[in-house]
Ligand binder design. Structure first.
Ligand SMILES: [Mn+2]
Length: 449
């Protein structure tokens, strides 16, 4: 199985060019850090994952790297200048810890205009920032980057009489880049689709293998096996595999219980591809058939999911999706008698929060909870084509909920899809994973047959 194509160097250059247009207007530069290895215990480290913004703009996945982007001339005749500082080649270090791209590789393979070894950063950065009126950086995300900038600015100020011009303003890079990331470009959408397709394959495998007696961690391992064998770097967030009452714990990641006949299992898991992440939740009966109570709750959540997706249209917004889901959920809670009140009262008095305590949607992209503003000028941001968001209503009835009939207790159901906003209406990117009751029971039932 081939890992498939990754975005080419041009895709990253296009992203930098879009940002350079914004930077040029403010005579600004953008300073980012690529992240560093995080200690796991003693002298072992977690697998490296580059800083999302840094990778989004460079494609480079090496610890320690620093980038500075400055726009070209405003006549558009010169391209943006990308300066990369990377670890230098070091034969001994590379034998132990892997190959390094080196300054030459940074120029040849990553399109850097100029590239230097990291130990030249303090010496060269002041000159590179000279005349840059605004510097964008992710304030506080990487304390060592804040310190690097502070040293460079101090050095420029000290040489002020030589005619150097230190920066006048500092801006938030997370917001600047987030507003670009929120609209998926062609390369980003390709990566996200691939991440979602791999996520879907993992969910299907879990549905086929899940049955009474299997352990939650075995399904977690199966999901991640499917992700990895398809070339994904692994899950984009901690996989949630919760059966029975565990499904009522929103971020249950212990995944250590055994699946029992008659329970519903909730799996919330997504694969990463090129550092874009899928995000899918499905809930299904461990024995292959819902009980009448489980089925009734499932039907309410599914109706809410479908009502929410219907509102994922240009000009809509996340609040309207949430409202549409709440309307269906409150109606269902009333009809099932989970709360002894009318749907209107359940809605108006927020009584539903006993069983539905989270929001319905978030942006999706490089980060599972992706960058980009949710409100603009204090009001919900209207959807525009190219945005991707989740629609994930649920109902969670903990085992110790004594005022509901027993058949409803210890039941958590969430149905989460990833949706692309298009002029012609929503595209459900997660459609490959069934959610209709008949289709679910068929896939689970068939494999057991
Ligand atoms: Mn989600």
């Amino acid at each position: 199985m081939s890992a498939g194509p990754r975005p080419c160097v041009e895709a990253y250059a296009e992203r930098r060019a879009r940002l350079a247009t914004k930077l040029r207007a403010e005579s600004a530069g953008l300073l980012l850090f690529g992240g560093e290895l995080q200690t796991r215990a003693n002298d072992t480290e977690f697998r490296f994952r580059p800083d999302s913004d840094f990778h989004y703009l460079t494609g480079l996945e090496e610890p320690g790297a620093v980038m500075l982007l400055r726009p070209g001339r405003d006549d558009g005749a010169s391209p943006p200048r990308l300066t990369l500082f990377v670890r230098p080649h070091d034969r001994d270090a590379e034998i132990w810890s892997g190959r390094r791209v080196g300054p030459e590789g940074a120029r040849e393979r990553y399109g850097a205009t100029e590239a230097y070894a990291l130990d030249e950063l303090d010496e060269r950065l002041p000159g590179l920032l000279d005349g840059c009126e605004t510097v964008y950086l992710p304030v506080g995300r990487w304390p060592q980057l804040d310190a690097t900038l502070a040293r460079a600015v101090t050095s420029l100020r000290r040489r002020n009489r030589e005619g150097t011009t230190p920066p006048l303003r500092y801006g938030e890079a997370a917001d600047l880049i987030g507003e670009d990331r929120i609209i998926k470009d062609a390369a980003g959408l390709d990566s996200l689709r691939r991440a979602i397709d791999i996520s879907a394959a993992g969910h299907l495998a879990a549905m086929r293998q899940g049955r009474p007696g299997v352990w939650e961690y075995q399904l977690e391992a199966l999901l991640e096996y499917e992700f990895r064998r398809r070339g994904s770097s692994g899950p984009g967030y901690g996989s949630i595999v919760g059966s029975g009452d565990n499904a009522t714990i929103l971020h249950y990641v212990d995944n250590r219980d055994q699946l029992r006949a008659g329970e519903v299992i909730l799996i919330d898991a997504g694969a990463e591809w090129d550092y874009f992440s899928g995000d899918i939740t499905r809930s299904w009966p461990v024995s292959g058939r819902f009980t009448p109570e489980q089925r009734a709750v499932y039907e309410v959540v599914l109706a809410a999911n479908l009502a929410g997706i219907e509102r994922a249209v240009v000009g809509g917004n996340i609040e309207l999706i949430h409202e549409a889901c709440l309307e269906v959920l409150c109606e269902g809670i009333a009809q099932l008698g989970l709360i002894d009140a009318s749907a209107e009262e359940i809605r108006a008095k927020d009584l539903y929060k006993r069983f539905y305590m989270h929001r319905t949607s978030h942006w999706l992209g490089v980060d599972v909870h992706d960058a980009g503003r949710y409100t603009i000028g204090g009001t919900p941001r209207p959807f525009t084509p190219g945005q991707v968001l989740t629609v994930e209503p649920g109902l969670y009835i903990a085992a110790d909920t004594e005022d509901v009939p027993e058949g409803f207790r210890g039941l958590g159901i969430r149905i989460e899809d990833d949706v692309l906003i298009r002029p012609e209406g929503p595209e459900v990117l997660t459609a490959a994973v069934p959610k209709a009751i008949g289709a679910l029971e068929e896939i689970i039932g068939t494999e057991r047959g």
